[in-house]
Design a protein around this ligand. Structure first.
Ligand code: SF4
Length: 270
């Protein structure tokens, strides 16, 4: 069977080299090649990016939703999980949003009513830097909302902010990578952590977890360190129960607004 090819950017550092991803049997990423882009990577890519393809095939994909039950995280229908998240957001009037640096520009613009409380964790500087391609910034550039970048924070600051907050929402693929998994695993169960990611997060604070598409399963725009816009194109389908993050956030905003309206109507009726 011939592999399917997808054109996207490498997200391993902020250079954002244009790449071609080869997908076998509609699931397995087998090869990554550089795609000519004179403005960004000419005809090259580094070995780190070229051999990063196993990340796309990591087992244990969060292909639906999980929510905290009597015996820890249990499978839930995504629609039910969204209901639980809407309830949490309503109860905690000021949730903390920790946005992932791997969000696309389009995803970063959704639901930015919470922008002033948003933290964008930036992982440590990458040891990849050389004089040509790899950039010390280890991720695509942060999404911009209304022309302004979301506030960047170090992983430790993100964790401390979580510890002060009643509810947190790490959002988008790779949030756990940016926050560092070990920091999340030390958060107390008394917090209510909602996670949108490609894989489950084993944190005692995790309350609801919802699967999101990986970078090769969605469309959108990443900016590289020099401001060049690279388009993500779909190279393989996301698992059937995984919706685009933009649609999930819109649905969450709708349900949260409905909750507030119901509450206000209830108060008026009394
Ligand atoms: S330089 Fe950065 S973006 Fe380019 S292939 Fe290497 S890790 Fe990926």
């Amino acid at each position: 069977m011939e592999p399917v090819e997808g054109a996207l950017d490498c997200g391993e550092c902020s250079r954002g080299c244009s790449i071609t991803l080869e997908v076998l049997r509609k699931r397995e990423v087998k090869r990554i090649r550089p795609r000519p882009n004179l403005a960004v990577n000419e005809y090259w890519m580094c070995d780190h990016g070229r051999f990063s393809f196993p990340r796309f095939n990591a087992p244990g994909r969060l292909a639906g939703a999980l929510a905290r039950g009597a015996d820890g995280l249990e499978p839930r229908e995504p629609a039910d999980a969204l209901e639980e998240i809407a309830d949490l957001v309503r109860v905690h009037g000021a949730p903390l949003v920790v946005a992932s640096p791997w969000l696309t520009q389009e995803e970063g613009r959704r639901g930015e009513g919470a922008r002033r409380r948003a933290l964008l964790p930036v992982a440590r500087a990458s040891p990849l830097k050389d004089d040509f391609l790899p950039h010390r910034r280890p991720v695509p550039e942060p999404p911009r909302a209304d022309g302004a970048r979301l506030r960047a924070a170090r992983p430790g600051r993100g964790r401390r902010a979580h510890a002060r907050c009643g509810a947190g929402v790490p959002r988008g693929r790779g949030a756990r990578r940016a926050l560092r998994l070990e920091a999340l695993s030390t958060l107390p169960a008394s917090l209510r952590l909602v996670v949108f990611d490609t894989h489950p997060i084993p944190s005692p604070a995790a309350c609801v977890e919802l699967g999101v598409p990986d970078s090769c399963e969605r469309t959108g725009t990443w900016l590289n360190v020099d401001g060049h816009a690279g388009m993500l194109a779909i190279a393989r389908s996301a698992p059937p129960q995984v919706a685009p993050l933009v649609r999930t956030l819109e649905e969450l905003a709708r349900r949260t607004a409905q909750r507030r309206e119901d509450k206000e109507n209830g108060a008026l009726a009394r």
